[in-house]
Design a binder for this molecule. Structure first.
Ligand code: GUN
Length: 298
């Protein structure tokens, strides 16, 4: 059997197109969703992500503002910027790119964001809402994973055994919450899990998100399982190459022989993250104005 390849790039492009159409309807009524992205320091990967977020928000018709601050920014200055963005009626979504350079504390900075503008879904109020089934904003990468899962499995995930590998606040924990909400039987594995391969072999839905290249082997996968690979890892360059290959946490060439469906890396989960950020920004803008989200074109 060869797995169906889940095309995250196409799914993300379709979602961005739907969002752009909805933004155009709102703009016609004088509401333009606004996204502010804050980047502190000069981490090269973060610079690339922030540029993409800025560009794709603009392409969707939103107001898109990036604030780039030096790595030496004092906590007070960063918090003052967040307070200004909280108070700015043209900004509906605020994202502070992580990781932050030391000694800035992620939780202090995230706690300062107005939960209504927390398009990353990382504020304790958003985390609490996710846990109790409230109306808060949901972290983007897990949201994107759920959309891909529903696309490939036909919507209803009830009763399936899901294994999330990784317990980060950004991915593993919210992913587990979303799967529970979708009536899956969920296990969260992590660095202290005993016999990870055995846990994987029981999973109908497998979501590795640990950043360990090619860790999940083909013989760890239950035949027919759906594999959503969240890892993005760069291998060392081969001789004569400038850059190493990008790979996931799953040994794709092996897994594709066993799984029912699988996301590639790149081109799987990655593109969904920014599309879901735009989706959250649109949701936040509509809620701020007390308007319904315009119906999406089919
Ligand atoms: N760094 C890597 N992924 C993310 C993300 O989804 N949100 C933020 N804020 N920082 C990140």
């Amino acid at each position: 059997m060869t797995a169906r390849i889940i095309d995250g790039k196409a799914a993300a492009a379709a979602l961005r197109q739907r969002i752009a159409a909805q933004v155009a309807v709102l703009a016609g009524r004088g509401l333009v969703p606004g996204l502010a992205v804050v980047l502190v320091g000069d981490d090269p990967a973060s610079q690339v992500y922030v540029r993409s977020k800025e560009r794709l928000a603009r392409e969707a018709g939103m107001v898109s503002v990036a604030h780039r601050l030096p790595a030496t920014t004092a906590e007070g200055d960063l918090l003052a910027l967040i307070r200004r963005l909280n108070a700015d009626p043209a900004i509906h979504g605020i994202l502070v790119q992580l990781p932050l350079p030391a000694p800035l504390e992620e939780h202090t900075v995230i706690d300062a964001i107005d939960p209504a503008k927390d398009v990353d879904g990382l504020h304790p109020v958003s985390v609490g809402n996710l846990s109790i089934g409230g109306e808060g904003l949901v972290p983007c990468t897990p949201s994107g994973c759920m959309m891909l899962l529903r696309d490939v499995l036909g919507g209803d995930l009830s009763g399936r055994r899901a294994l999330v590998i990784g317990r980060s606040n950004l991915m593993g924990k919210p992913m587990a919450q979303l799967l529970v909400r979708a009536n899956c039987t969920v296990t969260v594995a992590h660095s202290r899990t005993r016999d990870l391969a055995d846990e994987c072999r029981r999973a109908d839905i497998l979501v590795p998100a640990v950043g360990r290249p090619l860790m999940v082997r083909g013989d760890w996968i239950k035949p027919g399982a759906t594999v959503i690979d969240v890892g993005i890892n760069r291998l060392d360059p081969e001789p004569g190459q400038e850059k190493g290959r990008l790979v996931g946490d799953v040994a794709f060439d092996e897994a594709v022989q066993v799984a029912g469906a699988i996301t590639p890396v790149p081109g799987g989960v990655g593109p969904m993250t920014i599309a879901c950020l735009l989706d959250n920004t649109l949701t936040a803008a509509c809620r701020a104005q007390g308007v319904e989200r315009p119906a999406a074109a089919a």
